[in-house]
Design a protein around this ligand. Structure first.
Ligand SMILES: [Zn+2]
Length: 408
C-alpha cells in the first residue's frame, strides 16, 4: 500500500493547517493539527495552502481549439450556420493536428486543477472520425492525470448533412462513449427526425446523450419539451444532458418553476458555460433548488467561435459566479459545487469531498478560503490525481502521465 502524506494544508478559512494521509489514491485520514505523523512513502508539502477538490469541465470542444497556434482574428457571423462554416474553414487551415492541439489543452486543464472533461468532438463527413481519433490519442497521452469523456458531436447537423448518422455510430467504438445532437429543429429542421436518430442510436449502442440546444423562444420550448418527454419515454432519465439550453434563460416565475420541476423529474442535466452575451445566463440557483443537476463547461476554447476560454475551470467558475451576480461566500461556493461535484457526478466519478474515503483528487492553492480562490483565480500550487502530484505551479510532473498511477 502506497502512503502519501500531504502536509500542512487547510480545509477551512479559519482552521489550522493539518496533514492529510493518502493511501492508494484515497484519503485515509485527516489528522488533527499537531498530531504525530505516520510513516509515509512520500511527503508532499502543502505549504499552508487551501485544499480544494479538483474540478470538472462538463462541456468543451478541444478538437476545435487553436491553442498554441498564432492568433486567429475571428470573422463576423450572423447565424449559427455562419459560425459553423467559419469553424470548418479554420479547422482545415490549422497546421498542428487535432491530437497536438487538444493535447496541449488537456495538459493545461490538469495544470490548472481539473480532474476530468467531457469533450464534444466534431463528427461529420468533412472530418470523418479524424477529430474523435485525435482527441482519443491526446486523452491516451495525458493518461490517468485527466479523465476525458468523448461525445460524438454532429456539429453540422445529422439530417442536413447526409452520412453523419453512420459516422456517429462508428465514432462509438473509435473513442466516443456519449452521443451528441444539435438543435434538432433550429439547425437540423426536423425535431422528431433528429430525435428519432439520436434516441435510436443511444438505445442501440447503450450510450448516454448530450444534445446542444441553442434555440430560444418558441423553437426552444418545442425542443426542450420534446427532449424531456422522450427522455422519460425512452427510460433515459439520468442519461440525458442539454448543453447551453438558453431557452431556460427566457423563463421566470411559475413558467421557470414548472419547467425546472419537469427537468428534474425527467433526470435531465443542464450544461452551462456561463457564456457572455445578452440573456444567456441560466437561472442556476433556481434550477438547482428544484433538483436539476447543472454542470459547468468552457464550450469552445480559443477556436473559430470565440477568442475566449483558457482550459482553467477555476477561471470558468469565476465567470459563472460573476454572471450570476454571486456575492456571499455561500453563493460563490455554490458555483464551485457545480464545477467540482455536479460535473463529477455526470461523468460518473466518485465524489471528491475532502473526507476520509474520498479520492485524493485535490489541489492546493494560495487563498484564504474557497470563495476567495474563485474570485482571485490563483494558479494551483499543487494538483493531485488519485494521490499523485500531477502538476506543480502550472507544470505537469513526470508522474502525471505515468502508467503506474493508481486510479481512485
Ligand atoms: Zn458546445
Amino acid at each position: 500500500m502506497a502512503t502519501t502524506l500531504l502536509s500542512d494544508v487547510r480545509t477551512t478559512a479559519t482552521g489550522r493547517a493539518a496533514d492529510v494521509v493518502i493511501e492508494d489514491g484515497t484519503i485515509a485520514a485527516v489528522l488533527a493539527p499537531g498530531a504525530p505523523r505516520p510513516v509515509a512513502d512520500e511527503i508532499v508539502d502543502g505549504g499552508g495552502g487551501l485544499l480544494l477538490p479538483t474540478l470538472v469541465d462538463g462541456h468543451c470542444h478541444p478538437d476545435k481549439t487553436t491553442w498554441g497556434e498564432p492568433w486567429l482574428s475571428r470573422q463576423p457571423a450572423q447565424s449559427l450556420a455562419d459560425l459553423i462554416d467559419n469553424d470548418v474553414r479554420v479547422q482545415k487551415q490549422l497546421t498542428r493536428s487535432v491530437a497536438e492541439r487538444s493535447g496541449s489543452l488537456l495538459e493545461r486543464y490538469v495544470a490548472h486543477g481539473a480532474r476530468a472533461v467531457r469533450a464534444h468532438v466534431d463528427v461529420a463527413p468533412v472530418h470523418g472520425l479524424d477529430n474523435v481519433r485525435g482527441v482519443a490519442e491526446a486523452a491516451a497521452a495525458i493518461g490517468p492525470a485527466l479523465d476525458v469523456e468523448i461525445v460524438a458531436f454532429p456539429q453540422l447537423g445529422i439530417l442536413r448533412t447526409p452520412g453523419t448518422a453512420e459516422l456517429l455510430r462508428e465514432a462509438v467504438g473509435a473513442g466516443a462513449t456519449v452521443l451528441g445532437g444539435i438543435d434538432p429543429l433550429g439547425l437540423d429542421g426536423d425535431l422528431d427526425g433528429h430525435l428519432d436518430i439520436v434516441f435510436g442510436l443511444a438505445a442501440e449502442l447503450d450510450v448516454d446523450l448530450d444534445i446542444h440546444l441553442h434555440d430560444t423562444g418558441e423553437t426552444g420550448r418545442l425542443q426542450v419539451e420534446a427532449v424531456l418527454r422522450r427522455t422519460v419515454e425512452a427510460g433515459w432519465q439520468g442519461r440525458m444532458t442539454l448543453g447551453h439550453a438558453f431557452y431556460y434563460a427566457d423563463l421566470t416565475g411559475s413558467a421557470l418553476a414548472d419547467l425546472a420541476a419537469a427537468t428534474a423529474e425527467a433526470g435531465v442535466t443542464l450544461a452551462t458555460c456561463a457564456l457572455g452575451g445578452p440573456d444567456l445566463a441560466l437561472p442556476v440557483p433556481e434550477l438547482r433548488a428544484a433538483g436539476v443537476r447543472v454542470v459547468l463547461g468552457s464550450d469552445g476554447i480559443r477556436d473559430a467561435w470565440s477568442p475566449f476560454g483558457n482550459a482553467d475551470m477555476i477561471d470558468r467558475t469565476h465567470l459563472l459566479a460573476y454572471q450570476l451576480g454571486a456575492a456571499t461566500d455561500d453563493e460563490i461556493e455554490a458555483c464551485l459545487d457545480v464545477a467540482a461535484h455536479a460535473g463529477a457526478e455526470l461523468l460518473g466519478l466518485p465524489h471528491s469531498g475532502l473526507h476520509v474515503g474520498d479520492p485524493a483528487d485535490v489541489m492546493v492553492l494560495d487563498a484564504e478560503c474557497a470563495a476567495q480562490a474563485v474570485v482571485d483565480r490563483p494558479l494551483p500550487r499543487l494538483v493531485l490525481r488519485a494521490g499523485r502530484v500531477v502538476a506543480a505551479d502550472g507544470h505537469l510532473t513526470p508522474a502525471a502521465t505515468a502508467s503506474t498511477t493508481t486510479r481512485a
